[in-house]
Design a protein. Structure first.
Length: 396
């Protein structure tokens, strides 16, 4: 009896609506939240067909849904859950999320519906869409301004190239930079701008799932832009001869574990970075900053070019003569025709599609590894993943 009283108390005080019906669609119980939601008193609906709470066409088809489910076992909503429309007593329609479960009780089937009102969320979404439309116009205007700036930069570059023939190779590099920057910078900046404005307007007014979505956009866009800027800065320092290896002794296992934790934070949904060390020793003498850049670059590529629900292997092995680092994924792989160009600056494989990137990462990794007397090799097959191995000689 106490359990039954507790269950009734929970149902009566539930925030969401709860309704039970029999096999013929007749309502047997309805809790206060559901009554308030639909505008009925309990005695107005109990004993009535559940279809009175549904607008057309569901109102007409509901009994057919139940009959078909009982005949075929194919669920339309039962055990699945979906977003539907409800019909109030006053004739107004509102959205809600419906979850239906089937229970065998006293030799008969009872269907229980759990109703979560989505009216407030839908109103917030509509307002967001309205403001998004207005902001898209502003984004378009500023995008055009950015195009004009890029065009002006291209024109200035061409004038400089004509007067500095001896720097022909550098001017070609700048040309490719301008072309790629104009594409890679525009999309992240536009996304940052739109999302930041939306969050500023609504963060204090609504608790909406859209806020989390736009925050995610900001993080992704900032991450993309930061990666691009870091790649160009690293390339500039390498080209100018300003980057030198500073060797220090450190624990490579602790170092790798910290990188694993850091990169796991930016992995895709259900992507897992699995780190393992082989060998009894753990102390090495290398440049920590350059080595970290190499590893982060390889793991970032593994995350970027692999799907959700995948594993990324990150292994270190310390032998008497070498430190061996392996990063392996199960991603899109590298076409055979592209593999010979993989470490060239600004080169990207043909199967990368719309995945963002500058084509500088592996070029920088190779040059950083070279500064520490290391070498890099890889194995890859399309749609079967890629494995990169960097080896460094161990010296006293």
């Amino acid at each position: 009896m106490e359990n039954a009283a507790l269950l009734n108390a929970i149902i009566d005080n539930a925030i969401d609506g709860i309704i039970t019906i029999n096999e013929r669609g007749i309502m047997e119980t309805i809790n206060p939240s559901a009554c308030k939601l639909f505008g009925y008193e309990p005695d107005e609906v109990i004993g009535k067909n559940i279809s009175i709470l549904m607008p057309p066409p569901d109102q007409i088809r509901h009994d057919e849904y139940i009959e078909r489910y009982q005949r075929t076992g194919r669920a339309h909503i039962i055990g699945i859950g979906r977003e539907v429309q409800g019909l109030r007593k006053d004739g107004s329609v509102f959205p809600f999320r419906l979850g239906v479960s089937e229970v065998q009780y006293s030799g008969r089937k009872i269907y229980t519906g759990f109703i979560h009102d989505l009216s407030r969320e839908k109103e917030a979404e509509d307002r967001l869409k309205e403001y998004a439309g207005q902001l898209e116009e502003q984004v378009a205007e500023r995008t055009q301004s950015l195009r004009e700036t890029v065009d002006a930069l291209q024109h200035a570059k061409e004038e400089v190239s004509q007067s500095l023939e001896k720097e022909k190779e550098l001017s070609q590099l700048k040309s490719r930079f301008v072309s790629m920057a104009s594409h890679e910078f525009r999309t992240p900046l536009s996304s940052i701008q739109l999302s930041a404005v939306l969050i500023e307007k609504y963060a204090q007014q609504f608790q909406s799932a859209n806020i989390a979505k736009h925050i995610g956009k900001i993080k992704n866009s900032v991450g993309n832009l930061t990666g691009i800027l870091n790649d160009f800065l690293s390339l500039e320092r390498l080209e100018a001869g300003k980057t030198e290896a500073v060797f220090t002794q450190f624990n490579v296992v602790k170092f790798a574990e910290e990188i694993t934790e850091e990169m796991q934070l930016i992995a895709k949904q259900n992507q897992h970075i699995i780190y393992q060390h082989t060998g009894t020793a753990s102390m090495v003498t290398l440049d920590q900053s350059l080595l970290k850049n190499c590893i982060i670059n390889l793991i970032s590529n593994a995350i970027k070019y692999s799907g959700e629900n995948t594993f990324i292997e990150f292994n270190t092995e310390l032998t008497p003569d070498n430190l061996i680092i392996v990063v392996k994924d199960n991603g899109i792989g590298i076409p055979d025709s592209d593999q010979k160009h993989l470490f060239e600056a600004f080169f990207r494989a043909h199967n990368t599609g719309n995945i963002p990137g500058t084509g500088l990462g592996l070029n920088i990794v190779t040059r950083y590894a070279g500064l520490m007397n290391g070498n890099i090799k890889f194995e890859s097959k399309v749609n079967q993943g890629t494995s990169f191995t960097i080896s460094f000689p161990i010296t006293a």
